[in-house]
Structure formats: C-alpha cells, structure tokens
Ligand binder design. Structure first.
Ligand SMILES: Cc1ncc(COP(=O)(O)O)c(C=O)c1O
Length: 387
C-alpha cells in the first residue's frame, strides 16, 4: 500500500473512482468518433452531449454555453482571445490582477504586444481585490476584466459577484479563472453574473488535459482552433470523449457532495493551520476567512529556500509544494506573494498544503507532528552554513 501523504491538491488531484468508471467505456467499447454517423459515433456523441448537460448544470449554465477544451490554460487563453476579437477596435484596455495564474498573465503579455494596455490590480495583504479598486481602474476603453475566483498559491477566494457587478455597471465583459474554485465552492454563473469562466477537470478529481470554458450566450466565443468544425466550429479537433465523460462525472460528484466535502476539508485545514501557527516565526498567507476549504499556505522566517523544506517533507513521504505547480521546481519567489507585499526572501519560504476529500485526520496529525521538527532542522542547518 502507498503510505505517502499527498497534500498538493491545488496542483492536481487523484481521479475519483466515479470519474474513472465514467471514462473507461469510451476507451475501448464505445471508442467512436462523435462526428461519425454510425452507432459507435452516435454513442460517443451522446456521451459528449450528456457531459455538456452535466457540466452546465453544475455551474447553472445553459448547455450551449459550455465548450470543452484541453484544460484551464486553454480556457484562459481562449477567453481573453475571444473578448479581444469580439471587441475589435472598441477599446484596447484590459484589467486583471497581479495574482493571476500565468495562463492569464502570459496571455495578457501577448495582448500587450498586440497593442493592448494592461492594468494589473495589486492585491491587499490577504490577496483580496476590492470593487472600489476595480472601479478606479476602469477606463472608457476597457473591454475586458479578468479576475480569478480563487488563488492557487494562497487560497484566497475573491468577491467575484461584486467585482462582476462593477464591471457590468460600465458594460465591460467579465471573465473569471475558476480553475481552483470549480467543484470546491458553490458556483452559479447566473447569480455571479460572469460572462466567461474557465475550469479544469484535474483540479476536482477528473482527468488531466480536459477542461471547459463557459461563455454566456450573448457573448459568443471567437473561433480559436480551425479544422473539422467541432465545438460548433469554434474549437476544432476530435473531442476527448473519455476525458470529457470523466470531467462530467467528477464535477457532478463534486457538486453533489460540495457541503460535506467542504465541512471535512475545513475541519482538517483548520486543525493543520492552528497547529502550524504554533511554530515560532511561521505565518499564514492568504485570507484567513475567505479561503478555499482545503487550502493552507504559509511563509516562515529563516526558510529562504522553501524548496528545501519541500524536499525534506518528501523524504518523509509528504508531498506538498512551495506555492504553485509551475514554480515547484524553482526557487523563484511566487509572484503572488511579492504582489501581496511579502519581501522576496520570505516569499521564497512559501509552503502550500492543499487537501482533498481523500485526506484523513490521521494524515494531518502526522504532518502536525513532523512539520515543527523539520522547520527546526532546516533552521539549524542554515545556522550551520552561516557559521
Ligand atoms: C488558477 C489556475 N488557472 C489555470 C491553471 C491551468 O490549468 P491547467 O493545468 O488545466 O492548464 C491552473 C493550474 O494550476 C490554476 O491553478
């Protein structure tokens, strides 16, 4: 039996049994191409459209507002590209935040190269962005506002409904990257009011390489990948039917158990946070109140190279991360923490422990027992190298 403790669920999650079972038939028995007219094809097509219905229902959308993609990165890229295309010469100003995932930040950089001006809002010390702050940044030529629903590094949940209302007061299209939020906190696109929303299956116990973009009917996506005309001609390429079926099963399962999972995760998270904060010189990052149920993130004094602690935890069979999946293998300070006002050195001590419903209290107890000893050892090793 695998005795390792996996607590890097913001990076990716294990595929659930229900998602796996939903996928299996589409690899071998019903392997048809959904565009084919014979029975194999039609069975695959039915799976595709059933999945679209399930995914749309989970977030309160209409069936024809869901487009399947290869994951969160593609959804973010496509969302930004779509709005810029749609708006054409109407305006060349985009507002986003300094704490977005690189899927958004790099795409915005690309748009800057195409003549757009980009304003990135700076978060407060909890990683929050306020409606007043957004209001101040809005200009006559603002065509898009893209603000994430929950941050991957510090777990802060942002006030998307209010931010979206501010955008709409000025008739500006609002996109949210909900990759960390979907199937973890309640999402209803109608009550939130968002125009576009990105999701990724592997963050909620679905498979990797599959995601979705919600686009409100009135907005319409721009054609993104040309070819055989799949996804209503907007995103060509034979659909990843097993992946899509897995994504639908995973989001449905997540939505059905949202409250129970959140209760379980919050209890484990709070136990972990309470215990960890007893270690001298260690601080919680992100919003203490409005944060993802399973997300705990810290920085600590004297731990400049957080990656060392991650390696020490790994030696003990505990898989955690230093901030975000993209920066896990580097000691570059997470841009999110420096944007929140942490200096570069302390930002490099980031430790992220992100839980899933499969984590147990026993595992948290093990982390709580080992972490203070490892932090202590790391500090002692550092002192030795200084001497
Ligand atoms: C907030 C956020 N957006 C986008 C992505 C990219 O998603 P994917 O891995 O599906 O491309 C991630 C993944 O870490 C994320 O955390």
């Amino acid at each position: 039996m695998d005795e390792r403790i996996y607590v890097d669920n913001s990076a990716t999650t294990a595929v659930s049994e229900r998602a796996l079972q939903a996928m299996l038939p589409y690899f071998r028995e019903n392997f048809g191409n959904p565009s084919a007219i014979y029975s194999y094809g039609q069975e695959a097509k039915k799976a595709l459209e059933d999945s679209r219905r399930i995914v749309s229902k989970a977030i309160g959308a209409l069936n024809n507002e869901i487009y399947f993609t290869s994951g969160g990165t593609e959804s973010d890229n496509w969302a930004i590209h779509s709005v810029c295309k749609l708006k054409g010469e109407a305006g060349k100003h985009i507002i986003s935040t300094e704490i977005e995932h690189s899927a958004v930040l790099r795409t915005l950089e690309k748009m800057r190269g195409e003549g757009y001006e980009i304003s990135l809002l700076r978060p407060d010390k909890n990683g929050q962005i306020s409606a007043a702050q957004l209001e101040n940044a809005i200009r006559k030529d603002t065509v898009l506002i893209s603000i994430m629903m929950a941050n991957n590094v510090v777990g802060t949940v942002l006030p998307i409904k209010e931010l979206c209302e501010t955008a709409h007061k000025h008739h500006i299209i609002f996109h949210t990257d909900a990759v960390q939020a979907a199937a973890h906190i309640p999402i209803n696109v109608r009550s939130l009011g968002v125009d576009l929303l990105s999701m990724s299956a592997h963050k909620f116990h679905g498979p990797k390489g599959v995601g979705a973009l919600f686009v409100r009917v009135a907005v319409k996506p721009a054609a993104y990948i040309s070819g055989g005309g799949q996804e209503k001609g907007y995103r060509s390429g034979t659909e990843n039917v097993p992946g899509i079926a897995g994504m639908a099963a995973a989001i449905e399962e997540g939505a059905e158990n949202l409250q129970n999972n959140a209760r379980h995760l919050t209890a484990l998270r709070d136990k972990l946070i309470e215990h960890t904060l007893k270690i001298p010189g260690i601080y919680l990052t992100g919003d203490p109140a409005n944060r993802l149920p399973g997300h705990a993130s810290f920085v600590f004094e004297g731990g400049k190279e957080g990656a060392r602690l991650i390696n020490m935890l790994n030696d003990e069979g505990i898989c955690a991360s230093s901030g975000s999946a993209c920066s896990a293998s580097s000691i570059e300070a997470p841009h999110v923490l420096t944007a929140m006002g942490y200096d570069k050195e302390i930002a490099q001590s980031a430790l992220r422990i992100s839980l899933s419903r499969y984590n147990t209290e026993k595992e948290i107890d093990t982390i709580n027992r080992r972490l203070p000893l490892l932090v202590d050892e790391l500090r002692r090793r550092k002192e030795k190298t200084i001497l």
